[in-house]
Write a protein that binds this ligand. Structure first.
Ligand SMILES: *[C@@H]1O[C@H](CO)[C@@H](O)[C@H](O)[C@H]1NC(C)=O
Ligand SMILES: *[C@@H]1O[C@H](CO)[C@@H](O)[C@H](O)[C@H]1NC(C)=O
Ligand SMILES: *[C@@H]1O[C@H](CO)[C@@H](O)[C@H](O)[C@H]1NC(C)=O
Ligand SMILES: *[C@@H]1O[C@H](CO)[C@@H](O)[C@H](O)[C@H]1NC(C)=O
Length: 477
């Protein structure tokens, strides 16, 4: 078609009187057409090979996808796995970064209340709706409804102390910190059935890791920060109940929590705050701030075989063209990127490298549990963290719930309540449509199992529990 067009275009210009010139032009257009055709074929070849490399990502050529080459990549990663202690920042550094937070949360909480709570002096106009500007309320209708109810009783809830109007404020007594696709929703739903546990939505405010910096969705750039006060508002329903029990002259055993599954691992915001001025690792982590403000807080992490977790994460968060092949390609591409990073930088630098994390098409780093756990243990003591496995929780929820209740120092339950909590059907957020995609490919499983093995091994050592190696295939549910 192109050559035809050229041919006729040339023809229009032909001077019909000169046969010879016309003939030479016909010859010329044939040559031109041939050259154009050649260019066209070459261009389409170049374009299609470019499409091929795009399909496998910028790091992958076809020969790189051979199984042996991929095993080499994973072996190369294994040789570079070195767990090193981090530098823990001083409280003064943290205070410099979060002045407002440190000015709001007191060093000491109310003594007769199990949950961390305090009386806060009311600033501003009493007649203004205290929840009117809350950014959580603006984003979630369900929370807005709760705030509307709270607004009605707000003035009645204020107490006068030392001639000042005060309101009761609370933070969580414990946090469910992770990991995504490991059963945090099920734990949360069972826990809320305990009469001394009060949980209000949202299950996952993601304030410490994201909203505090104005990041609304993972991977996005920071925007307007959600102030601490907006986060505290989320715990006002429990503060109200605690206040009522205080008025009744009884000490309060009510505790509250939240279950943002990003708390354990997501420190991606640091890059936006500190740029590359601080070297390769984040100078402070989420847990440093929680520790400085709530040194007695308790944490529950539920983990599962990281290979299964990754596939579940891909199925849940993936948007289009999900298949076992697509997963395999994304895993290969991400393994290569991770290996590339480890060539120039240390393990922690790569695990917390926000640029790398945002570039990897599957969230490999989320399954490197021990890297995060060691960093939590750099500030909190071992007995403040309860680490469970989803595999155990799924096969015996009564046992894992009783471990949680004693970890949280919760009172004994009636048999009826116990049955209700245990018999409750499992909750999860899996999409029905994902069940049809089938299992991952055996080679993907082999590569991922190899990749996670040294991390699981170290995790099992730290927790002194061999089951965290996930190498007994028979125990899988
Ligand atoms: C709480 O105790 C105080 C002093 O002991 C007493 O005056 C008050 O009536 C009690 N309030 C309730 C609600 O029992
Ligand atoms: C990193 O630092 C260099 C030199 O200070 C600067 O030119 C560059 O823009 C920085 N890059 C990022 C991503 O902040
Ligand atoms: C983080 O990852 C990016 C992309 O892989 C890389 O260019 C950068 O050098 C890495 N930074 C560090 C500190 O390792
Ligand atoms: C998914 O597949 C469809 C049809 O094969 C294609 O049109 C679309 O561009 C693909 N999307 C992505 C994100 O690869």
């Amino acid at each position: 078609m192109i050559s035809e067009f050229v041919f006729s275009a040339v023809h229009l210009k032909v001077d019909h009187e000169t046969q010879r010139r016309s003939a030479s032009c016909i010859w010329c257009s044939k040559v031109c057409g041939f050259i154009l055709l050649l260019v066209f074929i070459m261009a389409s070849y170049v374009l299609s090979s470019e499409r091929k490399t795009l399909l496998f990502g910028p790091y992958l050529m076809e020969e790189d996808l051979s199984e042996d080459a991929l095993r080499d990549v994973v072996h190369s990663i294994a040789t570079k796995v070195k767990f090193r202690a981090r530098r823990v920042p001083d409280v003064s550094e943290l205070m410099g970064l979060e002045e407002h937070v440190f000015s709001v949360v007191p060093r000491r909480f109310l003594p007769d209340v199990k949950n961390p709570c305090w009386f806060e002096e009311l600033r501003g106009d009493v007649s203004v709706d205290p929840y009117g500007s809350n950014m959580f309320g603006r984003s979630f209708r369900q929370i807005q409804l709760i705030f509307e109810q709270l607004s009605g009783s707000f003035r009645r809830r204020l107490t006068r102390r030392d001639g000042k109007l005060q309101r009761l404020r609370c933070l969580p007594y414990f946090y469910i910190i992770g990991q995504p696709k490991c059963g945090t929703t099920d734990l949360y739903e069972r826990l809320r059935l305990h009469p001394d546990v009060r949980l209000t939505p949202p299950k996952e405010p993601h304030w410490w890791t994201r909203k505090r910096f104005g990041i609304v969705r993972s991977g996005e750039r920071p925007n307007t920060r959600f102030p601490l006060d907006h986060y505290l508002d989320l715990f006002d329903p429990v503060a109200l109940q605690i206040q009522q029990s205080l008025l009744g002259n009884s000490s309060s055993n009510i505790i509250t929590s939240e279950a943002s599954a990003s708390t354990m691992w997501d420190n991606n915001a640091w890059l936006y705050l500190h740029g590359n001025s601080t070297g390769a690792e984040p100078p402070s982590l989420v847990q440093d701030f929680i520790h400085a403000l709530q040194p007695d807080a308790r944490f529950i992490a539920i983990l599962r075989d990281p290979v299964e977790r990754l596939y579940s994460d891909y199925l849940y968060f993936g948007t289009s063209n999900k298949s076992a092949l697509d997963f395999h390609q994304k895993v290969c591409e991400s393994l290569r990127m991770f290996e590339g990073c480890l060539r120039d930088a240390g393990l922690r630098a790569c695990v917390y490298n926000s640029t790398l994390n945002n570039a990897m098409s599957v969230r490999l780093q989320v399954g490197l549990y021990v890297v995060f756990l060691l960093d939590w243990l750099s500030v909190f003591s071992r007995d403040q963290l309860l680490v469970l496995r989803l595999e155990d929780h799924a096969s015996n929820p009564a046992l894992s719930m009783s471990r949680i209740f004693s970890f949280l120092r919760l009172g004994a339950l009636s048999d009826q309540r116990q049955r209700q909590i245990t018999k409750r059907p499992a909750s999860n957020t899996r999409r029905l449509s994902d069940r049809d995609l089938g299992p991952m490919r055996p080679i993907t499983r082999e590569l991922l199992t190899l990749f996670y093995a040294p991390f699981n091994q170290r995790l099992a050592e730290v927790l002194q529990d061999e089951s965290f190696t996930w190498d007994g295939r028979s125990e899988h549910t």
